[in-house]
Design a protein around this ligand. Structure first.
Ligand code: GLY
Length: 371
């Protein structure tokens, strides 16, 4: 057990070669109250642009605007409708319009308060407005806290596919407040837990043990337990991103379960599975491929399936998907290099590697087994 006592403040640094200085990830409960102190570490100005969505603002808008007002910030809010549908060119343009209308310049700061959609859109807006303005990520969903807010992937969707237009653009600071997690519904919490389980399987057996031993606390929204697993997850991701920011190689390891997961989301029109659920099925498939290749034992595969199942996530197709259709969809993935897929497979629970050569037969057999 790595459980620590008390209301801890945890800090991590992310060092990206092309960025002059490291940036910090700060994790704690109710750190939002000290927003001004944290912002002042990276920004001395008074003009800030807050991008958020209607759900987050209806829950926390009053609190946030009070914090910004008390801190004497001259702030402009840009509130988008919740959901993936807002991560598009229309809202990007609306964002540029508002930034220009309100007189924002290159030396001002953008705050992204919300889940993955808000973070990705805000990040791309920041990356491109005036060739790049500083931004701070304040992720409010578990999924955004352990994945999308870290590592600088920013994007909007194109009618032909998700996240096709984007940039690698790192924030100045990431503030992860576990206080926001209390209002997530269970399905959303579990959605983020799938990514945390992923980190355990690709890089940290100790995290898997922690997830087993503290399941009840985690599923009961215990903020200390959540703080622990968020910290460990961010640490793993930060290390990978530091080594390979632009995903030329090792960063692809973070896509464990995502090759089949993305295809599943696409064939069900992004409506049925939550991202973490599709990734959970994808991880079960990747573990089964690893077993078929005698990389891991049947017990290891069962261990992964049990972990996923115990957290209420699926390990098989849930909506009668057609295996051939899923197979074909695999090759639409923007991560397929020249039509060549990169599979993330397991050497053991806690260690993954990237494999490019897999026969169609083995993939199809595994997909058939998921039905
Ligand atoms: N979500 C995978 C990555 O950031 O690379």
């Amino acid at each position: 057990m790595r459980r620590k006592e008390g209301n801890l403040l945890r800090k991590l640094k992310v060092g990206i070669k092309e960025k002059k200085s490291d940036y910090e990830i700060i994790i704690g409960e109710n750190i939002i109250k000290k927003l001004k102190d944290y912002i002042e570490q990276v920004y001395k100005g008074k003009k800030v642009f807050l991008l958020s969505d209607q759900n987050v603002m209806s829950l926390y808008g009053e609190k946030i605007t009070e914090i910004l007002t008390d801190a004497h910030y001259d702030y402009t809010t840009f509130i988008i409708p919740p959901g993936e549908g807002s991560k598009n060119f229309d809202f990007l343009l609306k964002g540029y319009d508002l930034l220009l209308k309100e007189g924002f310049g290159r030396n001002n700061l953008l705050l992204a308060l919300g889940g993955g959609v808000v973070g990705d859109l805000a990040g791309f807006l920041a990356a491109t407005f005036m060739r790049g303005i500083a931004f701070v990520q304040i992720p409010t969903s578990l999924l955004a806290q352990v994945d999308s807010s870290i590592g600088g992937k920013t994007a909007v969707n194109h009618p032909l596919g998700k996240n096709l237009i984007g940039a690698f653009y790192q924030p100045e600071l990431v503030l992860i407040d576990t206080y926001f997690l209390k209002t997530l519904d269970r399905r959303e919490l579990v959605n983020g837990l799938a990514e945390i389980i992923k980190y355990g399987f690709i890089a940290d057996r100790g995290l898997l043990t922690y997830l087993e031993e503290n399941r009840e606390a985690i599923l009961n929204y215990d903020t200390e337990a959540l703080g622990d697993i968020i910290y460990t997850s961010c640490k793993i991701k930060a290390k990978v991103v530091e080594e390979d920011e632009k995903e030329k190689g090792k960063r692809a390891i973070l896509n464990f379960g995502h090759t089949i997961g993305h295809a599943l989301e696409a064939v069900t029109d992004y409506e049925k599975y939550h991202h973490g659920e599709a990734v959970a099925v994808g991880m079960a498939a990747a573990a089964e491929i690893s077993r078929k290749l005698s990389l891991i034992s049947k017990e290891d595969r069962d261990y992964l399936e049990k972990m996923i199942g115990d957290y209420g996530l699926p390990v098989t197709f849930q909506y009668g998907e057609n295996s051939t259709e899923v197979y074909e969809r695999l090759f639409y993935d923007k991560k397929a290099k020249d039509g060549q897929l990169r599979w993330v497979l397991l050497k053991e629970p806690g260690e993954a590697y990237i494999e490019e050569e897999l026969s169609k037969d083995i993939i199809m057999e595994v997909l058939e087994g998921l039905r």
